[in-house]
Design a protein around this ligand. Structure first.
Ligand SMILES: [Zn+2]
Length: 196
């Protein structure tokens, strides 16, 4: 009886398959690699499986983009209850592991190290939020700074005018009336800020 797999076992076919696999592997090895700095030795990571941002799954490849990038990604709505339950188990497990690691780290610290550790969050807000909110906070901060500068410049201008009036008064000139609307000069930059 003829063996139906004769061709699949022939040296010619095995060579075809082997050559093809060699080609695929060579292309894969020559392809792009993750360039993130690895912790082990500071060299580039060199992982082969990459995500659209050019990084492997260990170095931010799976980090989502845009709004809510910093939030935990739950499975899609059509992924089913099992997927959601798995994800929840994973989250709880990870939280427990982190809590244990942190507790061990705190126990091992000297009092000075502990004080430094507690102090490290004092000045930093560790809640980055969505990009739009961060941008609006940056804008508010810049506007407030510009406004402060304008107020300071205005005060300086008033001060200079009052000094000038006081000097004129000392030279027995007729004193300006309190409501005298004599002009205040602003620098061109201040004017640009006031009337953009
Ligand atoms: Zn990597």
């Amino acid at each position: 009886m003829d063996n139906p797999y004769t061709f699949q076992r022939s040296p010619a076919w095995r060579k075809t398959c082997s050559d093809r696999m060699k080609k695929i592997n060579a292309e894969r090895l020559a392809g792009p690699r993750c360039g993130a700095r690895r912790k082990r030795d500071g060299e580039p990571c060199q992982q082969l499986v990459l995500y659209p941002n050019g990084r492997c799954k260990f170095h931010g490849g799976k980090t989502p983009k845009g709004k809510d990038w910093h939030k935990i990604q739950l499975p899609a709505a059509d992924a089913g209850a099992d997927a959601l339950a798995r994800k929840e188990r994973m989250i709880v497990q990870r939280q427990k592991k982190r809590a244990a690691t942190r507790a061990a780290k705190l126990t091992a610290m000297t009092p000075e190290q502990r004080a430094a550790y507690d102090n490290q969050f004092a000045k930093r807000v560790m809640n980055p939020g969505p990009a739009t909110r961060r941008a609006s906070i940056r804008k508010q901060r810049a506007d407030a700074k510009a406004f402060r500068e304008i107020v300071l410049a205005t005060e300086a201008a008033f001060e200079a005018r009052n000094h000038a009036q006081a000097d004129r008064g000392a030279e027995s000139q007729p004193a300006a009336s309190p409501g005298d609307p004599s002009p205040i000069s602003f620098s061109p930059e201040t004017l640009r800020k006031l009337f953009p």
